[in-house]
Design a protein around this ligand. Structure first.
Ligand code: NAD
Length: 372
């Protein structure tokens, strides 16, 4: 198969879809890999490293999209890439379509095959291709939140870990999944006082156990959330309903009752966000202040740490990419149920239920007649 790796062009995005090590492994399986010149620079990989791994370097992004059977990327296609989307080609990347009707309709029009990393799902419900980025985003959210608490960003001027004789910051986290649990670990490690909410008691009991009771856990409901955030310094949103829009847990009225200069970091922004006051921001311009509260709502937080993130992403995506490359999409989907859930769009139709529901479109089932 011919696999294309274009340079990411979303603002502030410095990751690349694959490391030279991943390229080398694909080439050893007799696949041809086209890499756009300079694609790895932001993650610290030179063109020479990709060439040594067996990639063919290509100057113009359009040529990669034209020649490749499958384009692997990090972020969803940007406006400038829309003309490159062609029927029947495979696009494997983070799509997050449930939160973007415009992009969904554009991809449907192009009749490209849209595979979303974020909806590849194992039978136990885990999301193996979201996991590494959620791990990094969760950890980084505390660093970003701590920075936003600095006075120069409009924060309350509270040092997350406090000081001797001065209490640490109160950190409230929504979602005890991968991102939330990792935020919890770092916030606790930095000395914060941590409260965490989820709708799954077993997630809370796991975190309560491994932190030996050093955190406070809550079952998520409106009233408790409203009470807990009023005196919080940092509130982190990390909830997910797979393939669907994030539930709005915090209304504007509730944000108004938070203390001026407190901070919201909404990791769930890529699924629409869990605060009514959330709107997506970029690494160039990461924060805004609304109702007196500093908001950090960067949709690609791991992009701030491109080298760590690119290694983590390739580690997770590689086996799935290889399976498609080795067997072709139809056979790979037939054989791998988790990968099958990654199929969002095919032939101008939506195949992913969460996406169809969020956008209000029909969902077709079983496009390749898997059971036959
Ligand atoms: N902004 C970024 O850069 C970035 C990076 C990675 C992941 N994300 C996003 O972070 C979010 C979390 O991802 P994850 O991998 O941790 O998901 P996950 O499935 O591991 O965890 C989500 C948790 O949210 C909980 N939840 C669902 N509804 C809830 C509610 N009403 N109240 C409280 N908890 C609720 C679930 O029970 C689950 O434990 C997703 O939206 C994901 O797309 C964003």
């Amino acid at each position: 198969m011919i696999i294309g790796i274009p340079k990411e062009i979303k603002a502030g995005e410095k990751r690349v879809a694959m490391t030279p090590q991943g390229v080398d492994a694909l080439v050893s399986h007799h696949h041809r890999v086209l890499v756009e010149e300079g694609a790895g620079a932001g993650s610290g990989f030179s063109d020479t490293e990709f060439e040594k791994a067996g990639a063919t370097l290509i100057k113009i992004a359009g040529e990669i999209w034209n020649e490749a059977d499958m384009v692997v990327k990090v972020k969803e296609p940007q406006e400038q890439e829309f003309p490159f989307l062609k029927p029947g080609k495979i696009l494997f990347t983070y799509l997050h379509l449930a939160a973007s009707e415009a992009l969904t309709r554009r991809l449907l029009e192009s009749r490209i095959i849209g595979m979303g990393y974020e909806t590849v799902q194992e039978q136990n419900g885990s999301l193996p291709l979201l996991r590494p980025m959620s791990e990094i985003a969760g950890r980084a959210s505390v660093l970003a939140g701590g920075m936003c608490l600095e006075a120069k960003y409009g924060g309350r001027g509270v040092l997350l870990c406090g000081a001797s004789g001065v209490p640490p910051a109160k950190v409230v986290i929504f979602g005890a999944g991968v991102a939330g649990a990792n935020a919890c670990k770092v916030a606790l490690g930095m000395g914060g006082r941590v409260s965490i909410f989820d709708i799954q008691p077993e997630r809370l009991s796991y975190l309560h156990d491994i932190t030996q009771g050093h955190i406070t856990t809550f079952i998520s409901n409106r009233m408790t959330i409203a009470e807990e955030i009023t005196d919080a310094d940092l509130v982190i949103g990390a909830v997910l309903i797979p393939g669907a829009q994030a539930p709005k847990l915090v209304s504007r009225e509730m944000v108004k009752r938070m203390r001026p200069g407190s901070v919201i970091v909404d990791i769930s922004v890529d699924q629409g966000g869990c605060f009514e006051t959330t709107r997506p921001t970029t690494h160039e311009n990461p924060t805004y202040i609304e109702e007196g509260v500093v908001h950090y709502c960067v949709a690609n937080i791991p992009g701030a740490y491109p080298r760590t993130s690119t290694f983590a992403l390739t580690n997770a995506t590689f086996p799935y990419i290889l399976q498609i490359a080795d067997h072709g999409l139809e056979k790979a989907l037939r054989e791998n149920e988790a990968l099958r859930r990654g199929l969002n769009l095919i032939d101008g139709e939506v195949v992913c239920e969460g996406v169809a529901e969020s956008i209000g479109l029909n969902c077709i089932e079983n496009p390749f007649n898997y059971d036959r």
